[in-house]
Write a protein that binds this ligand. Structure first.
Ligand code: PGA
Length: 670
C-alpha cells in the first residue's frame, strides 16, 4: 500500500513538473512575459531583460526535474531540490492568492489557466507528495536502468530545448491563445456577449498608460489599478454593427478614434503588422515589411501596424524604417496575445485570420507574385493542433525506445573493435614450481592444447630459473613464455637481478611488470616501473603491466584515482610504445583470496581504464589495447568475466599451476 502511494506521488509530482516545463517550453515568450509581470510586481524591473533567459531556464529545469521524479532517478537530489522549490513556491502562491498581483500564476503557461487559489492548492498537494516520498525514498520505483535513463534524459531535453527554440525564433509550436488561423477576429473582439440588436449600448471610456479603451457598463475596470475615467459613449441599436463589444481587442487610430469595427469589418484582405513594442522590435527583415506594404497598396489591400500607443516608439520606428503605413493602437498585452513574435504578421480576410507568422516565416517573393485570391497565402492555413500535440508526444516518447537498438548497434561496433584486439590468457606461476615441475607443467599444457582450436593467445610467465627451459619445452606450440619481472637496470653490478635482455635472450616474449606483490613487498613505484618498462620495450618484450587497488581503496571509493595514478607510469611511453603493452587489472583484494570482483565491477574498471587510455592517447589505441583481468579467476567465473565488452582475457595465478584448472580458462574463449 505504501509502495502504491509512493509510486502515485512520484507520477503525480513527476507528471506535473513535466507538463509545466513542457508548456513553458512551447511558449517561452509567454513564459517570459509572465515572469516580467512578476519581476515588475516585486520591484525587480532591472531584471526584466533577463526574463527571456529565465523562461528557458525555468522550462528546462522544471522538465528535467519532472524526468527525475517520474523515472525515480537520483532520488535524493531530486527530492531535496523538489522540496526546496515547493517550500519557495507554496508560500509565494499563497501570497498571490491573497493579494492577486497577477491574474493567473502562469504555472501551466496559457495551456491550462488556474486561478491563484487553485494553484496554491496544487502546490500544497505537491509539497505533501514530496514530503511523503522523502519518508519513503526506498519505495520510489525506478523504471529504467541508469544508462538507459541517462540516454533518454538528454534526448528528451534536446526535444524540449528544440521546442523552446521554435517558440523563441518563430511562433509557439502550439498556440495556446485564441488568435489562430480560421478564427474570426470579429467574434474574438466582439464576443459572444453580443447583446441583442434592440438594446442600446452604453460604453465608458477609460485610459491607462496613455491607452484608451471602451468598456461595457458591466465590466468597468478597477480604478485602483490605474484606469482613469475619460468619457462615455452611447450606441443606438441601429448603429451597433457589430454590437456588443467585450474589452478583448480595441483598436484606436492616431486621432484616438475607436476603429475596431471598421478594421475588422473589412470584407477584403487586411494585413496586420503586429508589434507589442516598436522600440524592442526586431529590425532584421525590414525590407520584408516594406515589400509587403507596397504589394498591399498595389493590390488595394488594407495594411495596418498595430502597436502600443507610444509616440516616441512610433516616431523612432518611422524614422528608422521610413514606414508610411497607418498605425493603430491597442493594449500591449492583447497584441502579445495575438502574436508571440515582435514584430509579426497576421493576414485577415473578411475578419477571419488566414495565417500569422514571424517575418522570417513569410516567403515575400512568392506572396507578392500574385493576387492573394489566387494563391495559398490567400487561404486559411490551418494549424492542426491535435497533430502537433501528437508529434510532441512522439518526439518525447520515441527516444525511450531508441535506446535499445542504439545500444545494440553500439555493442556491435564495440565488438568489432574488440575483435581487433588480442585475447590473452596468461599464467603467472609466481614463486612456485622447481625447474623440473615447471617444465613438466609446460609440457602438460602443450600436450593439452595440441590439436585444439585455441581462441586466444596463451602465455605462461614463470620464475626466471625456468624461463629458458620452458621456452624450449613449448617450442612448436601456441604457448608464449614470459618472466614475472625484470631489472630496471640495463646491466652491471646489481647482484641477484635479471636484466630484460637476459629474459629476451631465452626466447621469452613477455614480462609481467608492476604486479601488486612486487609493489607491496619490493617497494616498486612508478619511477622504478617506468625504467623497467623502458628496459622491457628496448629488448622487444611485451610488458603485461599490472594495476589495481587494495581493499580500503575499493571501500573508500578512491580506486579509480589509484588506478589512474598507476597508469601514469605507462603514460610516460610514446603512443607507439604504449601500443605494445598489455594491461592487467588486478584488484589486490581479489588476488589469491578467492574473492573475485563481480563481472560488473571488473567491467566498470576496464571501461574506465580504456577511457583513460583514449583520453591520454586516442580512441584507436584504446580500442586496440588488451586489458586482462586478474584475481581469483577460474574456469567457473572466466566465461562471465570474458563476456564483458572490455575484458580481453585473464592473468591467472593459482589456477595456472595445474593444466586441469588452467585449460578451462583458456577454453572460456569459445
Ligand atoms: P590469483 O592471482 O589468480 O591466484 O588470484 C592472480 C595474480 O596475482 O596474477
Amino acid at each position: 500500500m505504501k509502495k502504491l502511494i509512493t509510486v502515485l506521488c512520484q507520477l503525480l509530482v513527476g507528471g506535473t513538473f513535466l507538463f509545466s516545463g513542457l508548456v513553458k517550453a512551447i511558449d517561452p515568450v509567454g513564459t517570459s512575459l509572465k515572469l516580467g509581470e512578476y519581476l515588475q510586481h516585486f520591484g525587480l524591473v532591472g531584471m526584466a531583460d533577463l526574463s527571456a533567459a529565465l523562461a528557458w531556464v525555468l522550462a528546462l529545469s522544471e522538465f528535467a526535474l519532472g524526468l527525475l521524479f517520474f523515472f525515480g532517478q537520483h532520488r535524493k537530489m531530486s527530492l531535496w531540490l523538489g522540496l526546496l522549490i515547493m517550500l519557495f513556491f507554496t508560500p509565494l502562491t499563497l501570497y498571490l492568492a491573497l493579494y492577486n498581483p497577477v491574474d493567473d500564476c502562469g504555472c501551466f503557461g496559457d495551456a491550462w489557466v488556474l486561478t491563484n487559489w487553485q494553484t496554491f492548492a496544487k502546490n500544497v498537494v505537491l509539497l505533501l507528495a514530496i514530503v511523503w516520498m522523502l519518508f519513503n525514498r526506498k519505495r520510489i520505483a525506478q523504471w529504467l536502468v541508469e544508462e538507459w535513463f541517462a540516454f533518454y534524459f538528454y534526448a528528451a531535453m534536446i526535444v524540449v530545448a528544440g521546442l523552446c527554440l521554435i517558440g523563441t525564433r518563430r511562433l509557439p509550436y502550439i498556440d495556446f491563445r485564441p488568435y489562430r488561423p480560421g478564427v474570426s477576429m470579429r467574434q474574438l473582439a466582439f464576443g459572444s456577449r453580443a447583446p441583442s440588436a434592440s438594446e442600446t449600448l452604453y460604453y465608458v471610456i477609460y485610459e491607462k498608460d496613455g491607452v484608451r479603451r471602451e468598456f461595457l457598463l458591466d465590466s468597468i475596470p478597477d480604478e485602483s489599478a490605474g484606469w482613469e475615467f475619460v468619457d462615455t459613449r452611447i450606441v443606438e441599436p441601429q448603429q451597433s454593427q457589430p454590437a456588443g463589444k467585450t474589452q478583448s481587442l480595441v483598436l484606436f487610430d492616431a486621432e484616438q478614434r475607436e476603429v475596431t469595427a471598421e478594421v475588422l469589418g473589412d470584407t477584403g484582405y487586411v494585413f496586420l503588422l503586429l508589434s507589442p513594442d516598436l522600440l524592442t522590435a526586431d529590425e532584421h527583415d525590414l525590407d520584408c515589411i516594406d515589400n509587403l506594404y507596397e504589394y498591399a497598396m498595389q493590390e488595394g489591400y488594407a495594411f495596418y501596424c498595430i502597436t502600443l500607443n507610444d509616440p516616441a516608439a512610433v516616431g523612432h520606428w518611422r524614422y528608422r524604417t521610413g514606414a508610411e503605413y497607418p498605425m493603430l493602437f491597442a493594449d500591449q498585452q492583447e497584441i502579445e496575445t495575438m502574436i508571440r513574435s515582435n514584430p509579426g504578421f497576421m493576414l485577415l480576410h473578411d475578419g477571419v485570420i488566414l495565417w500569422k507568422s514571424q517575418l522570417s516565416g513569410i516567403d515575400v517573393p512568392v506572396l507578392t507574385s500574385a493576387k492573394l485570391s489566387e494563391q495559398s497565402y490567400g487561404q486559411i492555413q490551418p494549424i492542426h493542433r491535435k497533430k502537433r500535440v501528437f508529434w510532441i508526444i512522439v518526439w518525447l516518447i520515441a527516444p525511450l525506445f531508441l535506446y535499445l537498438p542504439l545500444q545494440f548497434i553500439y555493442k556491435l561496433i564495440k565488438n568489432k573493435n574488440r575483435k581487433m584486439r588480442k585475447k590473452i590468457v596468461a599464467g603467472n606461476w609466481k614463486m612456485n614450481t622447481t625447474l623440473q615441475e615447471g617444465v613438466a607443467l609446460a609440457e602438460g599444457l602443450k600436450a593439452a592444447l595440441a590439436g585444439k582450436k585455441v581462441n586466444c593467445d596463451v602465455v605462461v610467465c614463470t620464475p626466471f630459473i625456468s624461463v629458458a627451459s620452458v621456452v624450449k619445452a613449448v617450442e612448436g606450440s601456441v604457448i608464449g613464455v614470459g618472466a614475472e619481472d625484470c631489472s630496471e637496470h640495463e646491466k652491471g653490478a646489481f647482484t641477484g637481478e635479471v636484466a630484460a635482455n637476459m629474459v629476451a635472450s631465452t626466447g621469452a616474449k613477455y614480462v609481467i611488470l608492476g604486479h601488486s606483490e612486487r609493489r607491496q613487498y619490493h617497494g616498486e613505484n612508478n619511477a622504478i616501473l617506468v625504467n623497467k618498462l623502458n628496459q622491457a620495450l628496448a629488448n622487444g618484450l611485451t610488458p603485461i603491466f599490472c594495476v589495481g587497488e587494495v581493499k580500503e581503496e575499493r571501500e573508500n571509493g578512491t580506486f579509480k584515482q589509484v588506478i589512474e595514478g598507476q597508469m601514469e607510469a605507462l603514460y610516460t611511453l610514446s603512443a607507439e610504445d604504449f601500443a605494445k603493452v598489455v594491461v592487467a587489472y588486478e584488484p589486490v583484494w581479489a588476488i589469491g583470496t578467492g574473492l573475485t570482483a563481480t563481472s560488473e565491477q571488473a567491467q566498470e574498471v576496464h571501461a574506465f581504464i580504456r577511457a583513460s587510455i583514449a583520453k591520454k592517447y586516442n580512441a584507436a589505441i584504446a580500442d586496440n589495447t588488451s586489458i586482462l583481468y586478474g584475481g581469483s579467476c577460474k574456469g567457473s567465473n572466466a566465461p562471465e568475466l570474458f563476456a564483458q565488452p572490455d575484458i580481453d582475457g585473464g592473468l591467472i595465478g593459482g589456477a595456472a599451476l595445474k593444466v586441469d584448472t588452467f585449460m578451462p580458462i583458456i577454453e572460456a574463449w569459445k
